[in-house]
Structure formats: C-alpha cells, structure tokens
Design a binder for this molecule. Structure first.
Ligand SMILES: Nc1nc2c(c(=O)[nH]1)N[C@H]1C(S)=C(S)[C@@H](COP(=O)(O)O)O[C@H]1N2
Ligand SMILES: [Mo]
Length: 505
C-alpha cells in the first residue's frame, strides 16, 4: 500500500483538513471528558503554559481587565488550536508508522500516531494517564477516519459514502458525549449551606445584619458587605478548580515538628470566627472595581500551623491550581482560614473548600483552593512576584466613587467606599471644583473588624451643569493619601480619584 496525500486527487486537502481536525478534536475531547476543566485537561495545561510565556504585565492586564470571560474565550481558541496541532501530528505519526512497519501498516500507523501525539502532549500533561488516554483516542479515530477516507477516495459508491457518513457520525457522537461529560465535570458538586452549628450560623447572620444596618441606602452602590454573586473575581484559571471536599486535605508540612493533616469537616468543627475583611487586587486601578468586602467564616490559620510545632518563621501557602504565596508568619497574624463567605459555603469561584484571608495585604495573598501550608525558613516569593509584581507591602489608601445619583430634591449624591487596610479611614474629602476647595464626606459607622473599608456619601445642590469631582482620604494614622497617580503595575495604584459629573439643570 502506498498512501500519500496526492493519491486523493482534487479536494483532498479539504478532506485531509477534516480528518486531521476530527482526530485532534477527539484527543482534546477525550481529555475534557476525563478531566473537565482541571489542570489535567490538556487545553487548560497548554493555556497556562502560554500564559507563563507572555510578559507578566500583559498576562495581568488580560486577567484583570477582561476577567473570566477572556480566559473562557482563550480556552476555545486554545482548544481549536490544540485540536489542529494534535490532528496534524496524529496524521503524520500515522503516515510514518505505516511506512515503518511495512508488514502491518495499520498497526504501525496507529502506534505511530499514538506515540507522536503522546510525545507532543507530554510536556503539557500533568500525569502519564492524562496524555496516554487522549493520545490513544486520537490514534484510533485517525485510523477509522483515514481508512474510510481512503476507501471512499478511491471509488465513490453509495455504499462507501454511507460508511463514511457513519464514521463521521460516530466520531461526532463520541465528541458530543465527551463534551457533555466534560461540562458536567466542570460544574462539580456544590453544597449550599454551611456545615457549622446553628449557633455559629446565627453568629454569621448577626455579623451580616449589623453590617447591613450600618450601610447607607444609596442607589446603585454595594452595601458594606458585597453580595457574593457581585463580588469581584481574580483567578489565574480559565475556570475555577473543582475540588472534592471529601477527598481534599489541608496539610501543614515543611519545617515542622510533626506534619499535620486536616480534613474539611475537621476544620469546620474547630473554633469558628466570622470576620468582615476587604479584599483589593494589586492590579486594581484607582477607578477600578476589583475590591470587595465580605464576611469570612472560618478558623484561625496560624492555630493549625501551631499544632504542627513550626520550626521556621515563614509560611508558604500552596493551592491546587499551582498558585502559591510565601510570607513571614507575622504577616498572617489574625488570618482566617475561610470556608464560609457571607453566611454560606465558600463558593468555588472564591476558593472552595478553603481560602486564606490575610489582613492588610493585597488580594493576591488571599490564596484560594488552599491545600498546603509549608513552614519555611525564609521568604520564597509568590506567583505574581515571580512575574514582576512587587506587592508584599500593606495596601495603599484608596477612595472608590461607586454611585452618583440625582435625588428627588435635585441634589447630587455621590457614594462609595474608602479603604486603607488595618490603618482604617479617618476622613474622606471631596472637592467638586477640581481640587481647589475640599469638604468632608459623611461616613457610615465603621465595621468592627480591623481590615475593612469605610462607607461614605456626599451631597450638594448643583448650580452648574458640570462638576469636576476629586476624592481623597486620610487614613487612621492621620496620613493624607498622596496625590500622585500611578498605574497598578508593579506595586499597586496610587492617587486621588476623579469623576466628571454632568447635570441636567
Ligand atoms: N489559588 C489561587 N488563589 C488566588 C488567586 C488565584 O488565581 N489562585 N488569585 C489571587 C488574587 S490576584 C486575588 S486579587 C484574590 C481574588 O479573590 P476573589 O476572586 O475571591 O475576589 O485571590 C487570590 N487568590
Ligand atoms: Mo490580585
């Protein structure tokens, strides 16, 4: 047998394209069915490698400006790309294999396809199995389709057409199935109620209620506690990892007297705290929206470390998605290991089963999907620090203008939050003439927890049709926020907040 592309004659490139694509799709589809949107799914692994290859600032701006949707789009692009690549490679392997094993060309072809796809995918695979099974599926599909294809290519009869159609239908069916399984896996299982005692449930509810009462009632603005489904999201994963809490364990390892392991239920049975804490992303611009405040229910993170008899003075937090952050132990003073958010089970997007809530630092230290706390002797950097960011210092002071309304009496109303970590906010100052003159905004009563934002509002009767608003804050130490504007990269945004208000008089 002598198989070459040119044997097919006119139109064969299109056929070849179809063959290649179909087998590539089967490789990717099989991987999706096996692993859903976890790290082991070849598309996720590839997109993560690609993210690592791009300059840090580019990656961060993609993640921070476009969020989840851009990563979801990148998944589709990578999925198609990977299908093409594995399809072409599978085809090449098939051709080479069939020639190498002259006596049994078919066997040689399938083996060739399998080994070459496996070889190409190995650097992306998290485990041998995650490469072997998809590669095998690709080889088999390539064999099926290519054999039929050749058969049809030589003599087109109704019979062979039907055979080809059947093959295509079978492959399409197979991939519809893999897609469905993958999507189901990606959804994961969710529990909706917190598995803590009624008393604790009530304590969480009380914390939430008191925050609600302190909040101003301002249209279009979040309250002191941001609703869970409105809470911003920053994630290096195209889809949040699915963790099965039954099989998940948190380990305390490294420089410890005795390694410790904690199960999900065990952690929930420990002493529970309910603390409001604000989280702001290091990549959040002055006028950005990557800030939120929630009530985190959990247990003290350092208590777990203490039980392992730590011998170093730093901890490295490691997550199931490969994300990590190390910090001096005292930076985690008071930190909550949270399994609840706003009185409900911590959602997958925010780190189910547990995440860290570290006081006074940028959001990135609040490691989600935590699985290991390693005690280490010295500082070992973290995910974004390895990518050029520099944000281990306390958060900067910022004022957010989150609402501008026209009240029924004609007054203009502005509202928002100001945040300065555990320094707290003393005053929020507003200028409506571009920074010439200043007055104090009205502040809502502060929340009692140490690392929380402060709510403010400011109203005036407009006399002109246009106002240039500037907002700045004085933190709890009496320090007025510096005026100079800087971009988030690399150490966090600084500067006063501006808003142009145009009024229909
Ligand atoms: N494991 C893991 N933890 C993570 C991240 C991540 O991508 N993976 N993103 C971090 C960043 S940069 C921020 S700002 C916060 C955002 O938390 P949120 O998505 O719950 O708002 O989570 C941090 N923890
Ligand atoms: Mo972040």
């Amino acid at each position: 047998m002598n198989w070459t592309i040119s044997d097919h004659g006119a139109g064969s490139w299109r056929e070849l394209f179809a063959v290649v694509f179909v087998s590539g799709v089967s490789v990717v589809g099989t991987s999706f069915a096996l692993y859903g949107t976890t790290q082991e799914f070849l598309v996720i692994a590839t997109s993560r490698l690609a993210l690592d290859a791009l300059p840090a600032s580019v990656v961060a701006s993609i993640i921070w400006n476009f969020g989840d949707s851009s990563l979801a789009a990148s998944l589709i692009i990578f999925g198609v790309f990977l299908s093409m690549v594995t399809g072409v490679v599978s085809y090449l392997g098939y051709e080479i294999g069939s020639r190498l094993v002259d006596s049994r060309p078919r066997l040689g072809a399938v083996a060739g396809s399998f080994f070459i796809v496996g070889g190409v995918a190995t650097p992306f695979g998290e485990s041998p199995l995650s490469v072997v099974v998809p590669a095998l599926a690709g080889a088999v599909v390539t064999m099926f389709v290519l054999d039929r294809e050749r058969f049809v290519g030589s003599s087109e009869t109704d019979d062979t057409r039907r055979t080809l159609l059947r093959t295509v239908a079978a492959v399409a069916g197979y991939n519809t199935l893999t897609h469905a399984i993958g999507v189901l896996r990606g959804r994961g299982t969710g529990v909706s109620s917190l598995d803590i005692s009624d008393e604790e449930q009530e304590a969480a509810a009380t914390t939430l209620e008191s925050a609600r009462q302190k909040s101003f009632d301002i249209d279009g603005m979040p309250g002191l506690i941001v609703d869970t489904d409105e809470f911003f999201n920053v994630d290096i994963n195209p889809r949040p990892p699915v963790v099965d809490s039954e099989n998940w364990e948190l380990t305390v390892t490294g420089a410890v007297g005795t390694e410790r392991t904690f199960g999900y239920e065990e952690i929930q049975k420990r002493e529970t705290v309910h603390e409001a804490q604000t989280i702001r992303c290091l990549g959040d611009p002055v006028d950005g929206t990557q800030i939120g405040n929630a009530v985190w229910s959990g247990t003290r993170l350092l208590d777990l470390v203490d039980e392992a008899d730590p011998q170093g003075d730093h901890i490295m937090l490691r997550a199931v998605d490969g994300y990590y952050y190390s910090m001096p132990m005292e930076m985690a003073e008071g930190a909550v290991l949270a399994y609840g958010m706003n009185g409900e089970t911590l959602p997958r997007a925010h780190g189910f089963p547990v995440r860290a809530a570290i006081r006074n630092r940028w959001g990135k230290l609040n490691v989600k999907w935590l699985e290991e706390i390693e005690v280490v002797d010295e500082f070992e950097s973290g995910y974004w620090e390895e990518r050029g960011w520099d944000g281990m210092a306390p958060v900067h002071t910022v004022v957010k203008i989150q609402a501008s309304n026209r009240l029924s009496d004609g007054a203009v109303q502005l509202g928002g939050h100001a945040y300065a970590g555990t320094r707290g906010i003393q005053t929020v100052e507003i200028s409506i003439d571009g920074g010439e003159t200043w007055s104090e905004a009205t502040l809502a009563e502060p929340l009692s927890d140490p690392d929380t934002w402060r709510q403010w509002k400011y109203e005036w009767q407009p006399e002109r049709s246009s106002y240039s608003v500037v907002a700045r804050a004085v933190d709890g130490t009496g320090a007025r926020q510096p005026r100079a504007r800087s971009d988030p990269y690399p150490s966090g945004a600084t500067g006063w907040t501006n808003l142009q208000v145009d009024i229909q008089l």
